[in-house]
Structure formats: C-alpha cells, structure tokens
Design a protein around this ligand. Sequence first.
Ligand SMILES: C[S@@+](CC[C@H](N)C(=O)[O-])C[C@H]1O[C@@H](n2cnc3c(N)ncnc32)[C@H](O)[C@@H]1O
Length: 313
Amino acid sequence: MFPEYYSKNSKQNFIRLNDSLIANNETVKVINEIPRFVNDDNYASAFGEQWKLYRLTQLDSYTKSTITYDRMKRCMGKKIFESLRNKLVLEAGCGAGRFTEILLNQGAYVSSFDLSNAVDANVINFPINERHRVFQADINDLPFQDEQYDIVLSMGVIQHTPNPEETISNLFKQVKPGGWLVLDHYTYRLSHYTKTTELFRFFLKRMEPHKGLIATAQITNFFFPFHKAFRKFYLLQSILSRISPVHSYYFAYPQLSHEDQYKWALLDTHDSLTDWYKHLRFKGQILKLLRSIGGKEIYCEYSSHGIDARCKK
Ligand SMILES: C[S@@+](CC[C@H](N)C(=O)[O-])C[C@H]1O[C@@H](n2cnc3c(N)ncnc32)[C@H](O)[C@@H]1O
C-alpha cells in the first residue's frame, strides 16, 4: 500500500535486508522498525527530546478534548477531512503524533516522519501496522519518487525548517495529481516583538537539549503560578505575558484541566524557546508561493495558529 522507499542516488528502490535497507552501495539502518535516513544529530534534536518527554500531552485521547481534531479539520477543510478514509497520507514533521492520531482515526493510511527521534515517541503512541508507517528523514531529502501521496500534511513544522519556501515546494512534489497539500505556518504578530521569548530563546536554543528542557521547566515553574492566578483577568494576563515567556492556554483552551494547562505550558514554552529556526510569513507570501508551484483551488487564511493553507495539484 505504502510507496516504496527510493534511493535518489542509485535511482532504485531500497530493499530490506535484516536490520537495513539497501540500494546499491547505500545502507539505511532500521532501528526499532523505523528506517533512519538521517541521524539524530541535527537542528531538530531539541524537538526529539521534547516529544519523548511530553509524548502524550497534546493527544486528544489524553486531554479528552477535540483541540487537535478541530485544528486539523479547520486547516484541511471539511471536504478533504471527511474524505480521508483509505487515503494515502504523508505526515511531515509528525512529532509525538497528535495529528497522526486524528489521521488514523479517520481511516487514512499514514506515513509519518520526522527529522528528529520524535519518531520513537510516535511509534510508542501509534505502533507500526498495515495502516501506519514511520521513518526518520528530512522533508528536503525524502526517500520517494515524486507524486506518491493523495494528501501531504504538515502542521506546526514548516516555520521550523531552514527555508520554508523550499520546504513547501518539496512537500508539493510528493502530492499526486489531483491530491492536496495541507499546511500551516507562523505569521507576524505584535506579541512576537513585545514578548521576552526571543531574549530567552537566544540562550536556550544554544543549550544541549536536556539542559534546555531543565531550563524551560524552571522558567515555567516560576511563571506558571502567576498565569494560573490571573487566568480570569485578561488585562493582567496580557501584562504578565510581556515579562513571562511561558505559554498559557487558559484563554485559548479553557476546557483543559489545571494539570493539562501546566503540561501544555511546559511543552509549548520549551517548543518556543528552543526551536532553531522560527520563520514568519504573511498570508500573501504563502499564497504567492502556492500559486508559483502550480497549486490550484488555493485556500490561504489567517487563523489562531498563524496561517492555514491548502492547495490541489
Ligand atoms: C513544533 S513540532 C510539531 C510536531 C507535530 N506536527 C505537532 O504538531 O505536534 C515541529 C516538528 O518538525 C520537525 N522538523 C523540523 N524540521 C524538519 C525537517 N526538515 N524534516 C522533517 N521534520 C522536521 C521537528 O523535529 C519537530 O518534531
């Protein structure tokens, strides 16, 4: 069902031999049933540690909410979302799998991958089976021939890659004619310039991943009680967030329990203080790019997460 792994160097499919994939002189290790086309030592390693530590935190099945379901449905659009059954989906930058869960529940065949070893967390949450395959690879060097997937989905990822335009073009190459590319992207917000996040981030993103996790936990433990105390006072919360780099979801997701609020604060504060790349784009820039790569039936709008976009090939 899933497309074969393909070596662009030797222009042939990889074949499985014991714990490796082989194509001509190329060997790719398969560890824990996950082919590793890249190693862990790259700009995304802090994400890997993050997703292993907070493996369950943002899964809808864990929070007993529909936060991820709603976000994916909004970005994908009702029509594509409801047509997911038996579709071949490439999920780029899967992390621990909050979107993997929704895709699998909708009955898709899901090929999930990440640059970091978050893939190990993903397979613990959603074991490999005939409907779910996981591999570790770079969006910009994928082991497939072009046009292999009905839907390519990348949520919360593209802004963290070195060059979002190149990333989007490479993802679009994987879409079959008639298929869809679905993505979101950070955009410019005043808070980006008025918050202390960038100041903290300058130091934290340079730390070793495990130290970055400890430092963000300390920062969160210091500020979170204030966010909790001010949760019903919008003005106080706004003033606090000029000083505190902690992510608080008391306003956005009041349905989360206090315990989950705290875990989301730990996770997303780490995410926003240790990401190596954080690109911002205007809606017009994404729209122009999707047109230039040949996207049709383009949807591109600002949303609570930045920009939601999709286009057909
Ligand atoms: C903020 S996380 C989002 C993870 C998941 N999509 C979610 O929303 O929970 C961004 C993910 O993108 C991955 N990533 C960054 N650059 C990548 C690349 N070039 N190829 C594949 N994954 C990448 C990171 O390792 C990280 O797991």
